[in-house]
Design a binder for this molecule. Sequence first.
Ligand code: ADP
Ligand code: ZN
Length: 735
Amino acid sequence: MSTEPILRVALPVPLSRLFDYRPPAGGALPAVGARVRVPFGRRRLTGLVMSHAAGSELPPERLKRAEAVLDERALLDDDALWLVQFAADYYHHPVGESVATALPAVLRQGEALHPTATVCRATADGGNADIDALERRAPKQAELLRHLLDAGDDGVLHAQLDDMLANWRRAYAALRDKGLATSEERRASDRRPPVELDATPGPDLNDAQRDAVDAVRAADGFGAFVLDGVTGSGKTEVYLHLIADCIARGEQALVLVPEIGLTPQLVARFRERLGVDPELLHSGLTDTARLAAWRRARSGQATVVVGTRSAVFVPLACPGLVVVDEEHDPSFKQQDGLRYSARDLAIARAKRAGVPAVLGSATPTLEMLKHCRDDNYRHLRLPARAGGAEAPVIRLVDTVRHAADDGLSDPVRQAMRSHLDAGGQVLVFLNRRGFAPTLICSACGHVAGCRRCDARLTVHASAGQLRCHHCGAQRPLDPHCEECGEAVRPLGAGTERLEDTLRAAFPARTVTRIDSDSVQRRGAMDDALAAATAGSAEILVGTQMLSKGHHFPQLTLVCVVNADQGLFGTDFRADERMAQSIIQVAGRAGREQRRGEVLIQTAFPAHPFWRRLLDGGYVGVSADALAEREATHWPPFSRLALIRASAHRRQDAHAFLVVARGLAAGLGGDRLDVLGPVDAVMARKAGRYRAQLLLRSGDRAALHTALRALRPALEDDPAARRVRWSVDVDPIELY
Ligand code: ADP
Ligand code: ZN
């Protein structure tokens, strides 16, 4: 009888269980947290050892051996492993797929943590060579040798030489034959070129900022702090002080931000103020760069790690602080696979590590506000703008009284003119990209629709295309109706059309558009933001990409072109979302000396939402919305999980959800509401029919108990074979 331990391995397959393997023959037992390569059916998979066990339920003859150990030591430490397991349990997602989400792509694929690379360096003879003599005979060889001598013992990667010196290989062969240069395989080094930076002192904190910093400093171990500060109130200054403390203690700070677009300004500020180069972790990096950043975070070498959503999983050797900037931003919630909230995992992680979590926003979510009300989290308020800037004045423009020709009403045009003449910059906000959202036939009224989705096609005039914003389908823009052959015309305006309107209305001004179409080219976003920050872009037009977190010093006027899109939303979060998006974009105006102004075009100025927002600001809207959610039993006063299913045939999606409904009702008893199944709001997307079942409970434990049994039961149900399905815990989109 063997006493060999069993490895319990997480594998990237859509099943909520671990798989048992015997350790590889000979050699050391792979550590918990290390990767192994295992046979799985006819495939080979890379998995992570989650634990060791004394035995297995499988009969010994069916237990296979792992084939190889990929990490000498644990890749994920206890805390990182705990977080992945927690995420898998909480979001009821297969643990192996959760592990895959948490790891950088190259590690997921089984590559080494420290890949080796070929490095070229000068030999001792190379160091003593007469370079000037060499220069006259073989200039290329001399040039290469100089590069190698500059790099010293570190040498230069072959991959880098490809960029530095065209056709360097012939010169290298000659140097090598003379014994002046050599190459060797080396492990990737984590050393970064040293940066010599001095931390520059920032402004003295005002009283509210000081109180916030002191409150976090006073936390002994974990504490969650909602930093609720109006736009421009100096939240970033508060983070900077706390991060500086953290660095001084020799600990690491993890800062999560919603989008890469926000990082350049933030990183520049961190670098200048803290005197360290923050480590960046986001999807815009190459796989190699991302792995290197991940390693430096894991080893503790990176003191400040700034990253987007998935950075919440990065292992940290000695964490001291977690910051989530713009906590309300929906991009913190992953919308496929492991549907996690990076904000909520950040809090869980901070709690486990015993360090403070600071969640900043000018428009905190109702979830966070309720936690504050219940005294789970501390509410830290920064009620006024720092540095003396005043809050912007917000006014409504009634588009029924003032026709908005081509999107812009007269009062808006006039206000733009006067702000531009006074040297101010103007931001025109429209949350709809493309030229026009609809293409309609002027004769028969036919509207161009997507063949695979229940959706209209958006006109993209400069590309000469019709595009579906839901499935990505596109086709050429035809000036004739596909039904009757008469002339078609674009109806309504997107940012592309608005850009044309603005150029025509303000021919002497520079107009810069920022949306996901205009920033496709690498670096385009950085360029546009630099122009916007410097003020050389006089009129900015764009989508919510422009409204987030940016600081444009010259900006004094914000115009919201079509605010009515969100006014009649069916989602219970409609008011909260709408207030967040208006307050965030308004917050770009007048952040320095000149007071800002905000004009909002609406056809419904009497809608009660506007009174609440204009009189009470976000505080007013959120207080009303909280009361309403309490009365109607929606989150944060209840907990939701959404089960989605899609299939080629509508009845298959529904049949699966009917099974799910039966199981859920049996498991949840009367503490669980089971609502549906119903068609999704967009019932057909990319050729698949979509439906959903909503589970709601006032008792979080009851919901999770039901889901824990539901998930494996659904995995085994025959109805599951005809659908794609998923579980979304704490969904933020209900369709
Ligand atoms: P937020 O992150 O809340 O939008 P920031 O930290 O970016 O606000 O601060 C907004 C502006 O106010 C910045 O230009 C910042 O340098 C300035 N500022 C912040 N705190 C102070 C302070 N205590 N005194 C003077 N200026 C400040
Ligand atoms: Zn489509």
